[in-house]
Design a protein around this ligand. Sequence first.
Ligand code: ZN
Length: 73
Amino acid sequence: MVRPTTCPICDKPVSGAAATDSSYFPFCSERCRNVDLLRWNDGKYAIVEPLSPDQMLERIGDDPEAIEELLNE
Ligand SMILES: [Zn+2]
């Protein structure tokens, strides 16, 4: 039974032998797996350690939506 699935990072189909034999499953490649790991690490970091004002500015950049998000938290 083949379960078609797609890489959660790049949406590329991961199927057949590539899916079952891959140590990267459910990701299509090491690259996408690393992207996911970084994503988690980033989120964890943000929750565990409050950002310093400098770090916040760095994170916000010029994005007004990000500023609003921070203010709403
Ligand atoms: Zn991928």
